[in-house]
Ligand binder design. Structure first.
Ligand SMILES: [Zn+2]
Ligand SMILES: [Zn+2]
Length: 363
């Protein structure tokens, strides 16, 4: 089977023939039908986040279970699944307290780029290949832990629902779960890429009052308006903090930063009201720092962050799929480009140039 391999950072991926072992205990073999092209992979490809190489990236996958390994109880061949970027063991304190995206095993899997358990199933000749996020979805097939999959209904299009594995559910979840937004409350969303636009859709669903979109590209702001934003601020043309203060009468109840830029994070924090909540959603390069004046905390302002929008995957993903299928969550509008696996480097170039909102690889 074919997979896209990253041998070193800042070099194009190579699409090559590789071999994949049979699924082991609690693992399943998934035929990937579609996978999203996400900025998080790009961070690893550019060396902004560390990854062991050679590695097969890709984490926004959807496909069909072809085979199950020993001990698998939650899935069977033929099941349609979405792969989850954040792994949850189901046993640790965080999982048991209802915060599976904070699972103690998640970060080690991400940094080791192996399957849960520390092993790999991918090879190129004698050489082992790592599985980025324990998923490695830039491949025709992958072996993943059964807990990395969420079973979904059979009639949902893979090329749309694959986006729910990471960025889209991150945005929706951040706007609904992490804020705890109540109907009528205001929210400012900084950065209208796939995550930010998903947050706008989530805020709309949750009944937000004023939804304020901030970006520097007018075409992204146009899309934000289409998906539910009430006010659009082009940060190249006007200063967002003052404008948000004016629109909300003293600051937004919530602000989300969906880019991973520390300067924008400072702006977002400055744009919330006393007692408001600022949420870091974007993934800033490791080593960067964000600064805030302590006095702001005396005003009751909160800074927090989220992994995958604090969703509970087994509950929220099927729910988001239903909302999409019912026309209430138009996440298909985010897809601007569709590529084949062989075109993967074109897809990343377009992403880097800011030409796409969300692009996918269809198998
Ligand atoms: Zn856990
Ligand atoms: Zn992602």
């Amino acid at each position: 089977m074919k997979a896209a391999i990253m041998y070193e950072t800042n070099k194009p991926l190579k699409v090559e023939k590789v071999t994949l072992d049979e699924p082991g205990v609690n693992e399943v073999l998934v035929k990937i039908m579609a996978t999203g092209i996400c900025h998080s992979d790009l961070h690893f490809m550019k060396g902004e986040m560390p990854a062991a190489t050679p590695v097969v990236p890709g984490h926004e996958g959807a496909g069909i279970v072809e085979k199950v390994g020993p001990g698998v109880t939650t899935l069977q061949p033929g099941d349609h699944v979405v792969l989850m970027v954040s792994f949850s063991c189901g046993k640790c304190r965080f999982c048991n307290e209802g915060s599976p995206t904070q699972c103690i095993e998640n970060l080690p899997i991400m940094s080791m780029a192996t399957l849960p358990g520390g092993h790999t199933r991918l090879h190129k000749g004698d050489q082992a290949l790592q599985h980025l996020f324990g998923l490695a979805s830039y491949a025709e097939y992958t072996v993943v832990h059964e807990r990395s999959c969420v079973k979904i209904r059979d009639d949902a299009p893979f090329e749309v629902v694959c986006l729910l594995g990471c960025g889209v559910s991150t945005g929706i979840g951040a706007a609904i779960n992490t804020t705890g937004l109540k109907p009528g409350e205001s929210i400012a969303v900084f950065g209208c890429g796939g995550v930010g636009l998903s947050a706008i859709m989530g805020a709309k669903l949750a009944g937000a009052g004023k939804i304020i979109a901030v970006d520097t590209l007018s075409k992204k702001l146009k899309m934000a308006k289409k998906l539910g934003a009430d006010y659009m601020i082009n940060a190249k043309k006007e200063e967002p903090i003052g404008r948000i203060m004016e629109l909300t009468g003293g600051g937004a109840d919530y602000a989300l930063e969906c880019i991973g830029n520390v300067d924008v994070m400072a702006q977002a924090f400055a744009s919330i009201r006393y007692g408001g909540k600022f949420i870091v959603v974007g993934m800033a390069p490791l080593g960067t720092m964000v600064s805030a004046a302590p006095f702001e905390f005396l005003l009751g302002k909160t800074i927090t962050g989220t992994v995958q929008g604090d969703i509970k995957p087994s509950v929220d993903i099927p729910r988001y799929v239903d909302l999409f299928m019912d026309g209430k969550l138009p996440i298909d509008k985010l897809i601007s480009h569709i590529y084949s696996l062989d075109q993967i480097n074109d897809a990343f170039r377009a992403l880097e140039r800011g030409e796409v909102i969300r692009s996918i690889i269809k198998f």
